[in-house]
Write a protein that binds this ligand. Structure first.
Ligand SMILES: Cc1cc2nc3c(=O)[nH]c(=O)nc-3n(C[C@H](O)[C@H](O)[C@H](O)COP(=O)(O)OP(=O)(O)OC[C@H]3O[C@@H](n4cnc5c(N)ncnc54)[C@H](O)[C@@H]3O)c2cc1C
Length: 406
């Protein structure tokens, strides 16, 4: 079925055109989703419940990439959710993609993360910043099943992006890229990646440029899959670039634009990781509630014990506050909003998953139950997409800037 056709023909989307027209009108932040956003939420929730949740534990324990599930998500259009229709996307708004990622992560954190990074860090970048020729080569197939990646981090440049050492040298009509990238999500399965390289390391962030690189290009070598503590069905690996020759036309923007492009894309990506964290937290709350309703201790259900009730209330508050900040960031994208959403959602997910383990007692530690997986999955949301410590500093920077107090 053509990309998005299933979604558009769904009973959930009877008033698709009307909802789309509504969504295109600019509106301030409101907690109410439009009809279109609710339809996407329902679609993702149903898919997650039926196809992700039942397989999440097995995929995690076997560290197996969710190929089949991604194929189905491609046919639903969710691997190009905000991409222009001309390139096979659904042309949705960021909040629709955000609620979809939340629902997918609720069923399987690894799948939610893969979808989040493919959309927010690869497809949206090419869609919004690429030339027509770049979109033809690096976008059309990427809404139809090919997976895209984002290679920014390096062994000595994680949070400190300006320290990137992958070098780009011009050679006539080509650029030659050499260096090593780290932690590239889905690079093992992916077909192309965005690569950030420096044209002059002495220029620090001002010397960065952004390139599109096919992963089967000569000189690209994938490293071994990283053994991960959480999101174990997702993959990340090193990429070695050994004199990789790419045409001039594969550079996005101009030399020196790389830092701005990376930061703008990370503003979006942090909303995706925040949504992923909210989905994990919601799943931990679902698990704890289900268990507490059944388990009897001291002659009553756990839900009747004041300490368990308090924990469930805390979990609910932590999930809801993170969700609100995340939805707000998706409707008003800026560094402060996305940093705040990621900061709160990552920390809250870890706290909610911790409560879930506690409520389940000994079973909370057993791999026969999902609590320990939520606990492991939640932790990474404070690291990838930018560490929590830096999100807080970004909020502080923009807060002081608003008050002319920098
Ligand atoms: C599963 C996974 C998937 C990933 N996927 C990708 C990907 O697809 N593409 C990609 O480019 N990268 C990816 N990353 C890399 C990720 O973005 C980095 O790990 C992250 O940005 C942190 O960089 P680092 O690991 O080098 O830690 P460092 O930068 O060395 O930071 C370590 C710690 O030092 C402290 N710290 C450092 N700098 C500051 C500061 N300025 N202020 C306050 N505290 C600070 C923080 O406590 C921080 O946690 C992935 C990582 C993981 C684990």
């Amino acid at each position: 079925m053509a990309s998005g056709a299933l979604l558009k023909s769904s009973k959930l989307c009877l008033s698709w055109h009307a909802a789309k027209a509504l969504a295109s009108q600019s509106r301030g932040f409101t907690t109410k989703l439009t009809e279109q956003q609710q339809a996407i939420q329902e679609l993702a929730r149903k898919f997650s419940r039926e196809h992700l949740k039942p397989n999440a534990s097995k995929l995690d324990l076997q560290a197996r990439f969710p190929f089949e599930q991604l194929k189905q998500l491609t046919s639903l259009g969710l691997m190009g959710a905000t991409v222009d229709e001309a390139y096979g996307g659904l042309d949705l708004d960021y909040l629709s993609l955000t609620v979809a990622i939340e629902e997918l992560s609720r069923g399987c954190a690894s799948t939610g993360m893969i979808v989040s990074i493919h959309n927010f860090l690869y497809a949206n970048l090419v869609n919004e910043k690429g030339t027509a020729a770049q979109k033809e080569k690096f976008l059309c197939n990427f809404t139809k099943g090919s997976i895209g990646c984002f290679a920014l981090s390096e062994p000595d440049a994680g949070s400190d992006v300006a320290n990137i050492r992958t070098i780009a040298k011009q050679d006539g009509d080509h650029w030659i890229l050499s260096g090593k990238k780290s932690w590239v999500t889905s690079a093992i399965e992916g077909s192309a990646t965005v690569v950030f390289a420096t044209i002059d390391p002495a220029l620090r962030h001002k010397g960065l440029a952004c390139f599109l690189v096919p992963l089967d290009a000569e000189g690209v070598f994938r490293g071994k899959k990283e053994p991960l503590m959480g999101v174990r069905a997702a993959t990340a690996c090193d990429l070695t670039l050994d004199e990789v020759r790419v045409p001039k036309g594969y550079m996005v923007g101009e030399p020196g634009d790389g830092f701005r492009i990376a930061m703008e894309q990370l503003d979006q990506a942090r909303i995706g990781i925040a949504a992923h964290a909210v989905g994990i937290a919601q799943s931990a709350l679902d698990t704890a509630m289900e268990y507490a309703k059944e388990r009897v201790a001291f002659g009553k259900n756990l839900t009747r014990l004041p300490s368990v009730k308090d924990r469930l209330s805390d979990m609910c508050i932590l999930v809801e506050t993170a969700r609100l900040l995340t939805y707000r960031a998706a409707t008003d994208v800026c560094t402060k909003n996305s940093a705040m959403a990621k900061y709160v959602a990552g920390r809250n997910a870890a706290a909610v998953a911790d409560h879930c383990v506690q409520i389940m007692g000994g079973r909370g530690l057993s791999t026969n139950y999902s609590a320990e997986r939520h606990y492991r999955d939640a932790r990474g949301t404070q690291i990838y997409g930018g560490v929590t410590d830096i999100q807080k500093r970004l909020v502080g920077h923009y807060l002081l800037k608003e008050h002319d107090a920098l």
